[in-house]
Structures are given as structure tokens and as C-alpha cells.
Design a protein around this ligand. Structure first.
Ligand code: SAM
Length: 265
């Protein structure tokens, strides 16, 4: 059928069956699990996902793609909406026991790259309702998500994701397996939310400290956090004062946050 991909919606369709199978394999959900696909487009992943997971829902914003999907998969639960407005809690099923039980949705998608960060932060905020996410992103973004302290790629995205999920780099994907070809290389990551339902810090406070510190990446924390410290009527602990943000592990950011905001551990 004639379909003109829409650049503004980040439409780059997968055409390689091997890559498609590897992404669907990585979901690794039990057959009855609720699986949600973000941005199914023309259904490259959808057919195989549906074969394995009858409890599949797809969320697609493009009306033309939705019409195509309805024709191709008449019985599929197709939501014509913006993924950024999705209430993930509605998909989590029985919450009882999660993060240690069997509930929580599995999310999968070859993401529209122009909204990777808001999608990612939305999933992190919904971590209690999600068990695992398998996401294709720009390779550079994937590298930032899994980066270790001290590396060039380590920053806001690494600390926040690593504190709220267990991210893993699964494999790289060449730009030649898409139509149209994107300008960048891609990679598939997984995020597991099995251990991270409860956290020992306030997420908003942590985000504030991490963003402020990395806002002046080259400066020592004594300097970059001086405004925040003044506002909180506190001073930076000696152990952090002369360090730069990229030297702190995610757990040290938690310690720093809880100290600055005087949260009892
Ligand atoms: N899954 C298909 C594939 O792998 O061939 C398409 C992937 S394409 C990179 C991204 C898809 O996300 C497109 O179908 C696009 O229309 C859809 N999309 C873009 N913005 C969206 C949004 N805000 N909410 C839901 N879907 C969106």
C-alpha cells in the first residue's frame, strides 16, 4: 500500500526480520502477560508480538497507521492516542505483590526518537506498574542510559535511569535496516523494574540535585550546588565538595540528596 512516512512523527520502519525477532525475543514475557507496544506504525513488530502475546495493546498517534493496523489486525486492541498521555497504571493488572510478584505490564517499542526522553521519564515514573521495557533508541541515548561513572556519556539520563530501573544494553542496530533510513545508529535496551518499586529517596529532590550538578558539569559540586545549598540553608558535605558530578555513582547522588534535604536514612 502507498504510505508516505512522516518525518515529524519519527517514522522509520523496520524491514529486517532478524532484528524484529531479536526485539520480540527480548520482551521475554510469559504468554498471558499484558504487553503494550509504543508506536506500532505499519506493524513490523506487531504481528510477531501478537502471535506470542494475545494480551497485546498498541498505542499509535498516526491516524493513517491506525487505519492500516485495524485492517491488518481486526481483533487487536489499538489505541489511537499520544503515548505521552498514557496512564500506565491501567495496564498493570493485579498490582498485588509487584515489584516482587507477577503483575506489571511489559512495554516494547521502536521509539519515535523525537520524544525518547519524555517517554523514558514517563516509564520511570510508572515503574510500579511496569515489569520490563524493551526499547529501541538512538545508540547515543542508549549509551548514555547505561553509562558508568567517570565516562563521557555518564550524566543525567544515566543516574536517573539507573536509580529507578536496571538498564541493560542488548544490541546495536544498523541504520540500514529501516525505511526510510535514519541519520543515526540505533540500539535496543531493556529496563527491568523488578527491584525498584520502592526507593530510599524523594525522586523530585534527586532529580533536582542531579540536574543542577550536571548543569555545570565541569565545576566542582561546591560551586555548582552553592545556590541550591543556600536555598536549603545547608552546606555541601566535605566528601562531595571538590568532586565533579561525573565522578559520583548513582548511589552517591542518593546520599548527597538525602543529606542536602536532611532526610533521615
Ligand atoms: N514499530 C514500527 C516499526 O518498528 O517499524 C514503527 C516505529 S517508528 C520509529 C515510531 C512510531 O511511533 C511511528 O509509527 C509513529 O507514528 C509513532 N509515534 C510518533 N509519535 C507518537 C506519539 N506521540 N504517540 C504514539 N505513537 C507515536
Amino acid at each position: 500500500m502507498s504510505f508516505r512516512p512522516k518525518k515529524r512523527l519519527g517514522q522509520h520502519f523496520l524491514i529486517d526480520q532478524n532484528v524484529i525477532r531479536k526485539i520480540v525475543d527480548a520482551v521475554a514475557a510469559p504468554p498471558q502477560a499484558r504487553v503494550v507496544e509504543i508506536g506500532p506504525g505499519m506493524g513490523a513488530l506487531t504481528g510477531l508480538l501478537l502471535e506470542r502475546h494475545p494480551n497485546l495493546t498498541v498505542v499509535e498517534v498516526d491516524e493513517e497507521a491506525v487505519a492500516h493496523l485495524r485492517e491488518q489486525f481486526p481483533d487487536l486492541d489499538i489505541r489511537h492516542e499520544d503515548v505521552l498521555g498514557v496512564d500506565w497504571s491501567a495496564f498493570s493488572g493485579d498490582h498485588k505483590g509487584h515489584p516482587y510478584g507477577d503483575s506489571g505490564a511489559y512495554v516494547v517499542g521502536n521509539l519515535p526518537y523525537y520524544i525518547t526522553s519524555p517517554i523514558l521519564f514517563g516509564l520511570l515514573d510508572a515503574r510500579r506498574h511496569i515489569r520490563r521495557a524493551v526499547l529501541m533508541t538512538q545508540k547515543e541515548v542508549a549509551q548514555r542510559i547505561v553509562a558508568e561513572p567517570g565516562s563521557k556519556a555518564y550524566g543525567i539520563l544515566s543516574v536517573q535511569t539507573q536509580l529507578l530501573a536496571r538498564p541493560r544494553m542488548l544490541f546495536s542496530v544498523s541504520r540500514h535496516v529501516f525505511r526510510p533510513k535514519p541519520d543515526v545508529e540505533s540500539a535496543v535496551i531493556s529496563l527491568d523494574f523488578d527491584m525498584t518499586g520502592e526507593v530510599s529517596f524523594d525522586v523530585t529532590q534527586m532529580r533536582r540535585v542531579v540536574r543542577t550538578a550536571f548543569g555545570q558539569r565541569r565545576k566542582m559540586l561546591r560551586k555548582s550546588l552553592s545556590g541550591l545549598c543556600a536555598e536549603l540553608h545547608t552546606s555541601i558535605p566535605d566528601e562531595f565538595a571538590t568532586r565533579r558530578p561525573e565522578a559520583l555513582s548513582p548511589e552517591e547522588f542518593v546520599k548527597l540528596t538525602n543529606t542536602l534535604f536532611k532526610v533521615d536514612l
